[in-house]
Design a protein around this ligand. Structure first.
Ligand code: G5P
Ligand code: MG
Length: 216
C-alpha cells in the first residue's frame, strides 16, 4: 500500500510509448492510468455526445477543443479520488496545464524522448482493443491470438489517426505545442526526461527514478 500519493504527468510524442510505460508503472506500482486519448476513443465507440464532437478532430490529428477535454479529464481525476495516478495525454497545451495546476498538485512530469523515425515505424504495427485501451504491437507486444484481445478475445482494430499522413501531422503538432509545455514544467523543476529507442531500454531507468517517489 502507498504511504504517499504520486500524481504524475507523462509527456511524449505520439507513439513514444506513453501508454505502454504508464501501464507498466501502474501494473508494478498499483496506480491509476488516466489516458485522455483512451477516454475519447471509448466515447467515440459508444457514440456519446462527447464522442461525436471528438471524432472529426481526432481523425484529422487535431486537438479536441480544450473546454471539452479539460472538463472530461478533471472529472476523471475526481473519480480516481485519493489515489496515485499517471496522466497520459493531458495537458496538451499551456491552457490545459494551467487548468490542471489550478486543481491538482503534480509531483512529477515524465517526458519520453524517442526519435521520430522510430515512432513512424512503430505505429504502423500498432493494434488496439479500443474498449479497454489495451495496446499491442506486431513483433514487440503480440497478442496471444493474432488479431484478438488477450483478455476478452474481442477483435483488435487499428487507430484512424495512425494513418501515415495523420501521424506526420500529430508529430508536427506535438513539437509545436509540447515544447512550451515542457519548458513551463521545467521552470517548476518537475521534469525528468527519458531518452531511448526502445521501451526495454527506458524501463530500468524509469524504475530507478520511481523507486523513491512511488511507494508500493
Ligand atoms: P492520444 O491517444 O493521447 P498520442 O498521439 O499522444 O495519442 P499515442 O499515439 O497513444 O499518443 P503512446 O501512448 O505514446 O502513443 O504510445 P504507445 O501506444 O504506448 O506505443 C505506441 C506503439 O508502440 C504501441 O503499439 C506499442 O505496443 C509500441 N511500442 C512501445 N514500446 C515499443 C518498443 O520498445 N518497441 C516496439 N517495436 N514497439 C513499441 O491522443 C489521440 C488524439 O486524441 C486527442 C487528439 O486529437 C489526439 O491527437 N486528444 C486530445 N485533444 C486535446 N487535448 C488533449 N489533452 C487530448 N488528448 C487526446
Ligand atoms: Mg497512448
Amino acid at each position: 500500500m502507498y504511504t504517499k500519493i504520486f500524481r504524475a504527468v507523462i509527456i511524449g510524442a505520439p507513439g513514444s510509448g506513453k501508454g505502454t510505460i504508464s501501464n507498466l508503472i501502474c501494473k508494478n506500482h498499483g496506480c491509476v492510468h488516466i489516458s485522455t486519448g483512451d477516454i475519447l476513443r471509448q466515447n467515440i465507440m459508444k457514440n456519446t455526445d462527447l464522442g461525436k464532437k471528438a471524432k472529426e478532430y481526432i481523425a484529422k490529428g487535431q486537438l479536441v477543443p480544450d473546454a471539452i477535454v479539460t472538463k472530461t479529464t478533471l472529472a476523471r481525476i475526481t473519480e480516481v479520488g485519493n489515489r496515485s495516478y499517471i496522466l497520459d495525454g493531458f495537458p496538451r497545451n499551456i491552457a490545459q496545464a494551467e487548468a490542471l495546476a489550478a486543481r491538482e498538485q503534480i509531483d512529477a512530469v515524465i517526458t519520453l524522448d524517442v526519435p521520430h523515425n522510430v515512432i513512424i515505424d512503430r505505429v504502423k504495427n500498432r493494434w488496439i482493443h479500443a474498449p479497454s485501451g489495451r495496446v499491442y504491437n506486431i513483433g514487440f507486444q503480440d497478442p496471444k491470438v493474432p488479431g484478438k484481445d488477450d483478455v476478452t478475445g474481442e477483435p483488435l482494430t487499428q487507430r484512424e489517426d495512425d494513418k501515415p499522413d495523420v501521424v506526420a501531422k500529430r508529430l508536427q503538432l506535438y513539437d509545436e505545442l509540447m515544447n512550451p509545455v515542457i519548458a513551463w514544467y521545467e521552470k517548476k523543476g518537475l521534469v525528468a526526461t527519458f531518452k531511448g529507442k526502445q521501451t526495454k531500454e527506458i524501463w530500468p531507468r524509469m524504475e530507478l527514478y520511481l523507486k523513491d517517489r512511488i511507494n508500493a
